[in-house]
Design a protein around this ligand. Structure first.
Ligand code: SF4
Ligand code: MG
Length: 336
């Protein structure tokens, strides 16, 4: 299928008085039309910074895209001026954040915000805009749409607000939605409903979705492809099926081992990866995972591993996995 978004060697650094933090350090990937891609990793891995870089929504002053390219449907995103950027964010790409309140204004009623959005995009009168807003709310399962339109965001639950945001996305018919932990703040049943709604959007409108999550369960449910990030770098990138059936990077194994077991009531992580991620000001001289990796050898501590295609469509950045024989999850070498 056809590429919608192509990101090449993206580097986004943060310049602080304490030094330069390499939040995203050479990340490449592609999303096709109608594809759902997941970026998974712990907090601080660079997944959110990657997604905000795509829409160039970085903290003014400190965050800076220092190199790389971002092509969206033939448009060079890094070359857009302020005005073009606003239209790109409104029409081509929609964003759904963990906290829906960041996308809604607290001082206007939901209906007003929706009709205003419609009227910035299309020449329609207020009444038609109202009808369109109501229809969009019905599409996301809000049956008492009229009443909800007359509410302020704070009068709605978190799940209801997230539906409103998705309804607003439907109205802009974007080519891609960036959803950054869209369900993390919601309770479990509502989580499933919101995820189903996003899947439905992909099916109906061929919307591509970039889904940022720390939850591999969400990845299995939603994604076609997935990139695992660690300390600003891609450690593994492949299809969801490959990652599920044949995960290859030691960090991915750690994430899998820390997933709650199926059927377990508790959201608590069972085992966690020992140690902490490196200081992002000091990375770039070794494998970023080497201080935590049970398989680390000398080369891991002195050479940065490159992302290599170990099997068709399956990219891994690990020295030892690329050695003859490679690693097997659990610690036994395949050919020994
Ligand atoms: Fe572990 Fe070395 Fe692979 Fe890094 S390169 S993940 S330290 S085995
Ligand atoms: Mg985040």
């Amino acid at each position: 299928s056809e590429a919608l978004l192509t990101v090449k060697d993206l580097k986004t650094y943060f310049y602080t008085s304490g030094g330069v933090s390499k939040a995203v350090d050479g990340v490449s990937f592609q999303i096709n039309r109608g594809e759902i891609m997941g970026i998974v990793g712990e907090s601080g891995s660079g997944k959110s910074v990657t997604s905000s870089s795509i829409i160039r929504l970085l903290p003014a002053g400190t965050g800076k895209i220092v190199s790389g390219s971002i092509d969206f449907d033939g448009t060079d995103v890094l070359a857009l001026n302020k005005k073009e950027l606003l239209s790109f964010r409104g029409k081509d790409v929609s964003m759904i954040f963990q906290n829906p309140m960041t996308s809604l204004s607290p001082v206007f009623k939901v209906g007003h915000q929706m009709t205003e959005l419609i009227r910035t995009q299309q020449r329609v009168d207020r009444q038609s805009a109202c009808r369109m807003a109501e229809e969009a709310l019905m599409k996301v399962g809000i049956t008492d749409a009229r009443r909800r339109m007359d509410s302020y965001p704070y009068e709605l639950s978190g799940g209801m607000c997230q539906r409103v945001i998705i309804a607003m996305s439907i109205l802009s018919s974007p080519k891609m939605i960036i959803a950054d932990e869209p369900t993390t703040a919601l309770d479990v049943t509502i989580q499933a409903q919101v995820l189903d709604l996003l899947k439905e959007m992909r099916k109906t409108y061929q919307t591509a979705i970039l889904l940022i999550t720390h939850n591999l369960g969400v990845v299995w449910k939603m994604c076609d492809s997935v990139m695992v990030m660690y300390a600003g770098k891609t450690v593994e990138y492949t299809t969801c099926s490959n990652l599920y059936h044949n995960p290859l990077h030691p960090y991915t194994w750690g994430l899998l081992d820390s997933m709650p077991r199926l059927g377990s009531e508790s959201e608590e992580e069972l085992s966690t990866i020992q140690g902490t991620p490196p200081d992002l000001r000091l990375t770039g001289t070794c494998c970023n995972f080497s201080n935590r990796c049970p398989y680390a050898s000398e080369i891991c501590k002195s050479v940065v591993p490159e992302l290599k295609e170990l099997e068709p469509g399956h990219f891994v950045a690990c020295h030892r996995q690329c050695e003859e024989g490679g690693l097997v999850r659990g610690g036994v070498l395949r050919h020994e």
